[in-house]
Design a protein around this ligand. Structure first.
Ligand code: ATR
Length: 294
């Protein structure tokens, strides 16, 4: 029951009404008997600074940040973790020290990278020493590339519709991980075929295939998909994307995006509460509750 002692965390985004995170976190709080609630906080573009400062002023314990504000919140935070700095995006804010409200430091973190790696390992893929093809060069792709390099991947091909963005990503990460090999490529059938042949993991970090465009796939219909691949699609709405269905039909191993949503949330829960997240409760809330979006 909500009372005077209830602690608050929220989700800053626009829009946020279809998010699965409130169900996941509130189920977790309830199962551990924590007097905490997780509320959606719709923040229109242009009001991000006031919203972030309001977290501390109102005594929130923290927040998640989602589309389109993962970059926009960064200038208003007091400190950023190494992962948030390198990825260039924040998905979790921790308000430090519950006592001193508005003077409390705000720390920006990024749990997407760790969430991705946990979901990848849960799916049976070990990134150490591997060659990877990542489709996309936005914030999601940066979190994936960072996570893979930090976990020992040695060869990364980045394919993007706008090839200059792939080049920029590769330049950034090349400086930080000089021991790894990088190749920026256009997102066309020939580059896809070559990258897939040379890689053991293919990750879709574009938004292609996301509802309502559920019959779209970044993999061309008439291009054979190599069966040696593990295919990870960050898109989780729908849960089985066209790309995953193509991979399955080709005999490749597949991993859907809900696992990453689960594990980034579990890590955020741990950062806010200091408690071990009840993973199975959170998994059940995600996989069985309602429709999937954002
Ligand atoms: P996010 O933070 O989720 O990564 P983003 O920064 O907007 O979001 O990046 C979206 C990614 O999906 C980009 O790599 C984008 O390609 P461009 O850089 O060329 O825009 C990719 N993407 C989106 N729609 C696409 C489409 N129809 N075909 C191919 N790639 C697409």
């Amino acid at each position: 029951m909500i009372n005077g002692a209830t602690k608050l965390v929220g989700l800053i985004g626009w829009p946020v009404e279809h998010s699965l995170s409130p169900a996941m976190h509130n189920a977790a709080f309830a199962s551990l008997g924590l007097n905490w609630v997780y509320v959606p906080l719709p923040v229109p573009p242009g009001t991000v600074e006031a919203a972030v400062k309001g977290l501390a002023a109102l005594g929130f314990q923290g927040a998640n940040v989602t589309v389109p504000h993962k970059q926009a919140v960064m200038p208003y935070l007091d400190e950023l973790t190494e992962a948030a700095k390198i990825i260039g995006a924040v998905n979790t804010i921790v308000v430090g020290g519950a006592e001193a409200h508005s003077r409390t430091p705000l720390r920006g973190d990024n749990t997407d990278a760790e969430g991705f790696i946990r979901a990848l390992r849960e799916g049976g893929f070990e990134p150490q020493g591997s060659s990877i093809a990542v489709l996309g060069a936005g914030g999601a792709a940066r979190a994936v590339v960072y996570a893979l390099l930090a976990s020992g991947a040695t060869e990364v091909r980045v394919l993007n519709r706008t090839c200059e963005r792939a080049v920029a990503l590769v330049e950034d990460f090349g400086r930080l991980f000089p021991q790894a090999e990088f190749m920026p490529l256009p997102l066309n059938p020939q580059a896809l075929a070559e990258a897939a042949d040379a890689s053991s993991l293919l990750v879709n970090a574009t938004s292609v295939g996301m509802w309502p465009h559920i019959e779209d796939s970044p993999w061309p219909e008439d291009l054979p998909l190599p069966s040696h691949l593990t295919v990870f699609d960050l898109v989780y709405n729908p849960e089985r994307t066209k790309l995953l269905r193509q991979a399955e039909a080709a005999g490749a191993r597949t991993i859907g995006g809900l696992g990453m949503l689960l594990h980034q949330g579990a890590r955020a829960f741990e950062l806010w509460t200091g408690q071990k997240p009840p993973l199975e409760v959170m998994r059940k809330a995600l996989f069985l509750d309602g429709d999937t979006a954002v």
